[in-house]
Write a protein that binds this ligand. Sequence first.
Ligand code: AMP
Ligand code: ZN
Length: 476
Amino acid sequence: MSELYLYNTMSRQKMFFEPLDPAEVKLYTCGPTVYNYAHIGNLRTYVFEDILRRVLEWNGYKVKHVMNITDVGHLTSDADEGEDKMLKGAKREKITVWDIAEKYAQAFLEDMDRLNLLMPHIKPKATDHIDTMIDQIKQLEANGLTYTAGGNVYYDTSKFPDYGKMAQLEKQELQAGARIEVDPNKKNPHDFVLWFTKSKFLTNPESVEGEDQEMQWDSPWGRGYPGWHIECSAMSMKYLGKQMDIHCGGIDHIPVHHTNEIAQAEGTTNVKPWVLYWMHGNFLVLEKDEKMAKSADNFLKLDVLIEKGYNPLDYRYFTLQAHYRKELTFSWEGLDAAKTGLRRLREKVCNLNNGSTIGSTTDPQSEYLEQFESAINDDLNMPEALATAWELLDDPKISNADKLATIKKFDTVLGLKLDEPITFELPPQITQWIVERNEARDNKDWGKADEIRDKIQESGKWLVKDGPSGTEVMPK
Ligand code: AMP
Ligand code: ZN
């Protein structure tokens, strides 16, 4: 059977996977900032991480998976500037930041469930770990890696020799600093805040200032709140120890967030490398250079797809058609194709239960199992793995029973619920129209019934039929 190779962003090459401790692989995935719904770009990254975990488990590893929930606001820019994301959400919805965090953490867990993502074993919330973060900042201070300016505690990146190694930031770039406006308190452009106090740190006068923060805690440096990079190094080390096997996120995290996380973790413990394999998922982008931003007012979330008649697993299938390191462009035509593809795959699997036993050799699946494994073990080549699933189902030499057994095994990685009947969720508006249409029909108001049928059909990808119990709606 094939060996597992994963692409490591640190070395920029595929590397044979060898965990620190074969008894338990330590995996950390950067989680959501819960100030709004996740957009489908974010969800692409979580699907990639889910596949990674499933592939590790396929290879017989027991995985300890930790994912943080960022519920203490970080700023809209990575550079310690801009508005506080949580506060922005609270103002938008006129509820407290705590309620915002609760609401969107729940929504995120629901999205995970709908996409059939395996739950992390530990989901630490930033607000529950302020003390752990303060302890780490104290240690960094004791190690001479911090300074205080304008009331805030900063990480002095010039004192950490490997700073920017993973992002391959050149020295000049580090010195010339940023295209961004630099906080005048910073000694070096890439220095970042470990602890904010109530001081006016923001260079942008439009932004929400420190005094407005609802979430604040006492600390040795004054009442305030942590910078957003510290939570991941503090919480991951609390649950996974001084070193871990794999740390993941989207590619946007390479130059700032993960670069800063490394400086914090290794600057605290001096144990190097903190992470053996860094893995990053490429972006989902929209057509015509549109930006997919959670902070934009309009963005594509899973609910929008569901309202249009797609099953969340159609989207999962859509993302699996591209390699996780390649940029993927979202289009409705692409999603339609994925939906059709998944439905056909499901139908094929369903038909296997109606059992012909023609075909079959002594160990029929092993060839396909090997092919599938060599695809997933080649840095999670899911397009290849999906192709293998199709090939298996179309192979006349294999009996239905063997196909079914094999495809079920594949599905432990694909996570497409291939042997379950196709289900779909009706959006609340459609449910409401169904009730109204049934009433109109009871009242023999055929004009109104037709009008509502048209409304349902035009609202998205729904088909209306009249069944024995009244209006029946299904995806087109
Ligand atoms: P956030 O909630 O903004 O911290 O982002 C959650 C995850 O989604 C992070 O791992 C990001 O790197 C990732 N991400 C953000 N935008 C995209 C995108 N357009 N496509 C794929 N992943 C993304
Ligand atoms: Zn993180």
